[in-house]
Design a protein around this ligand. Structure first.
Ligand SMILES: NC(=O)c1ccc[n+]([C@@H]2O[C@H](COP(=O)([O-])OP(=O)(O)OC[C@H]3O[C@@H](n4cnc5c(N)ncnc54)[C@H](OP(=O)(O)O)[C@@H]3O)[C@@H](O)[C@H]2O)c1
Length: 330
């Protein structure tokens, strides 16, 4: 197949316009491995790319999609052969390299994770960057000492991609979870994933003017940033940690050193994009093995190339729930 379908974002005088078009494989960047993309998934960052955020994408026309799972068509690298099932998340995929919202990608071999046994291509994309990042957050918190006896764990942006997988994973690992959400109609969804308690997003902003708040959390997975993040830091129990991975509320944090020097707490950064390939492979193997989640379909909103544009608008507006999974063959 020398042509393939893709979502294309073009910069016009009217702004950034999206359409599904036919592309030639010759238009793809040079790279080691050509992949027939079977599934992708929608992440918040894809919406930033699709709307011209220069921190994500500077070169247009462009096909977003920071996640792809598919089958190798041809490879100039001996590590991969035609027919191999593979996963690509992060690095430059979908940023300034044509991404997973197209039926073909061509990428360096050093970006590719062989599909681990125990996870289908579709399951890998239900998780996608969001689920993978949720796992990195939990892993980092556990390395910092978090255990189920540390106390309840707060997950912010809980109905979103990272948040919903974090709730499921923490529940599987035996943690008591409090989910923070702005969606009053999704409490049952969150309880179904394993949340014991729900906090309303607006209530979580109270106390932003106080230096410390009552000790409450044994750990926090934060996807939103801003004052919600720092209120959560101020509510960590002595010696506990918050893993920060997102900024949907704000990249700014109204911080003081007080929680750090009075309560011995830790603010941990999590990046899924430039993580070395070996660490990515280990994390995917964990998600396919000891951390394999059952019931992933509860998270899925099925998408196609023709419906992903509408979902891009909804994720930007904070209205998506769970994971939008794009079937490239539908
Ligand atoms: N560091 C990394 O490597 C990495 C990897 C993946 C994602 N991220 C970042 O993590 C964040 C979440 O990504 P995602 O793909 O999970 O996005 P998502 O699916 O859109 O989830 C974000 C959730 O945050 C909540 N939210 C929306 N607007 C908010 C606001 N103004 N204030 C507070 N909460 C708000 C909503 O959940 P509720 O309605 O339930 O509150 C929303 O569903 C993004 O900033 C993304 O860029 C970083």
């Amino acid at each position: 197949m020398s042509t393939y379908r893709a979502l294309l974002v073009e910069k016009t005088d009217a702004g950034f316009e999206r359409s599904v078009v036919s592309r030639s494989v010759d238009d793809l960047p040079a790279g080691d491995v050509l992949i027939d993309v079977r599934y992708s998934s929608l992440n918040y960052k894809d919406a930033l790319s699709a709307t011209g955020n220069p921190g994500v994408t500077r070169r247009f026309p462009h096909t977003p999609g920071i996640d792809a799972a598919g089958v190798v068509v041809e490879s100039s690298d001996v590590k991969f052969s035609a027919g191999d099932e593979v996963i690509v998340v992060g690095y430059d995929l979908g940023m300034n390299t044509a991404g997973g919202f197209g039926q073909r990608i061509r990428v360096p071999a050093g970006w590719i994770v062989p599909r681990p046994q125990g996870l289908t291509l579709r399951e890998a994309m239900i998780l996608g960057t969001a689920g993978f990042t949720a796992a990195l957050c939990v892993d980092k918190l556990e390395h910092a000492g978090m255990t189920p006896s540390s106390g309840p764990v707060l997950v912010t942006g809980a109905t979103g991609g990272v948040g919903s997988v974090a709730v499921m994973l923490l529940a599987k690992l035996g943690y008591e979870i409090t989910a923070l959400t702005g969606k009053t109609d999704q409490h049952d969804f969150l309880k179904g994933l394993g949340a014991a308690d729900i906090i309303d997003r607006d209530a979580a902003r109270a106390g932003a003017d106080k230096p410390l708040l009552p000790e409450r959390w044994g750990g926090v997975v934060d996807t939103v940033g801003g004052e919600i993040l720092f209120n959560a830091v101020k509510s960590l129990r002595y010696g506990c940690s918050l893993a920060a991975c997102g900024l949907v509320d704000s990249p700014q944090i109204p911080a003081t050193v007080l929680p750090f020097i009075l309560r011995n707490v830790n603010l941990l950064g999590v990046d899924s994009v430039e993580l070395p390939l070996d660490a990515k492979i280990s994390a995917w193997q964990k998600l396919a093995g000891p951390w394999k989640l059952g019931g992933l379909d509860a998270l899925v909103e099925p998408l196609t190339l023709d419906t992903v544009s509408d979902a891009i608008d909804r994720i930007l507006a904070g209205r998506m729930v769970g994971r939008g999974v794009v079937d490239l063959q539908a």
